[in-house]
Design a protein around this ligand. Sequence first.
Ligand SMILES: NC(=O)c1ccc[n+]([C@@H]2O[C@H](COP(=O)([O-])OP(=O)(O)OC[C@H]3O[C@@H](n4cnc5c(N)ncnc54)[C@H](OP(=O)(O)O)[C@@H]3O)[C@@H](O)[C@H]2O)c1
Length: 278
Amino acid sequence: MKVLIIGAEGMLGHDLVDILSKENEISTTTIHTLDITDIEKTIDTVKDIKPEVVVHAAAFTDVNGSETNQDLAYKVNGIGTRNVAVACKESDSALVYICTDYVFDGEKGSSYYEYDQTNPLSVYGKTKLLGETYIRDILSKFYIVRTSWLYGYHGPNFITTMLQLAKTNDSLSVVNDQIGSPTYTVDLANAISQLIKKPSYGIYHITNSGECSWYEYAREIFEIAGVEIEVKPVTTKEYPQPAARPKYSVLENYNWRMEGFTPLRSYKEALREYMALL
Ligand SMILES: NC(=O)c1ccc[n+]([C@@H]2O[C@H](COP(=O)([O-])OP(=O)(O)OC[C@H]3O[C@@H](n4cnc5c(N)ncnc54)[C@H](OP(=O)(O)O)[C@@H]3O)[C@@H](O)[C@H]2O)c1
C-alpha cells in the first residue's frame, strides 16, 4: 500500500517510518519539506504522491508552550490538520490522525471510551480536538487515534528526563494525582500498521495496558534502571504548570478490542524493553 507519513522526523514519526516501511511503499514529509499550515503546498504534496493512506503525526506538541503560544498551536494542530484533511479529500486518501487523552477533562473517574464526552482543559487539548472536528466534518475515510503519555527513542520524554535529573539530584518530587497510561511509540506504530489494513474507520483509543501516576511511573523507571533516589509524591497543586492536565485520563481501548485487535501489552513490559535498549 502507498502510505505518506507527515511529521516523519517526530518521536512517533520515526517509528512509523521504520515499522510501516516493512509492508508498505512509504513517502515522508518533515517540517522542512512540508509545513502543514500552507494549504496549497499540503494539497499539492498529497496530490503528487496520491497515497492510499496518509498518517498525520505532525503537531505542535509543547503542552505548556501552547498556553502562551496559542496562535501557533491553533495554526498547526487545528488549521494544519484541516489542511491535511482537505488534501486527503482531494486525493481520495484515508487519513490517520494522532490525537491525545488531553481532549478529556479527567473528571469521569474511570477510563474513557471513544464515545465519551470530550472537554479539553488546555489550549493544546482544544487545538488537537479542533483537528478531530475538521477531520470528521471533511472526511469519511479516517482513523482518529487517541493515545497518551508517549515515549520513544527519537524524542525527549519523561523517562530520559527522569534519568537525567537523577544524575544531579538526591531526591525528586513527582506528581501523584494525575493518572494515565504510558505508551511506547513502537507499540503504537505497530498498532497503526495493523489498523490501516482494514477500512474500519472511526475513533480509536490505543495505549499500552495498565495505568499509573507520574510518581508511580518515575519509581518504576528508577527501579528498572537500578537508580537509588528518593522520589517524593506531590500534588498538582504543589507542582503547578502553565497548562492544566486531566486528573484521570486512562483511555479504554474499546473500539480496538471490538474490532478484534489484540490489546497492547502492559506499559511495564514495554517500558522494560525500551529501557533495555537505552
Ligand atoms: N508526546 C506525547 O506524549 C503525545 C501524547 C498523545 C498524543 N500525541 C500526539 O502524537 C503525535 C506525535 O507526537 P510526538 O510526540 O511524536 O511529537 P513530536 O516529536 O513533537 O513530533 C511532531 C513533529 O511535527 C513537526 N511539526 C511541527 N509543526 C509542524 C508544521 N507546521 N508542519 C509540519 N510539521 C510540523 C515537528 O517538527 P519540529 O520538531 O521541528 O517542530 C515534529 O517533527 C502528535 O499528533 C501528538 O499531538 C503525543
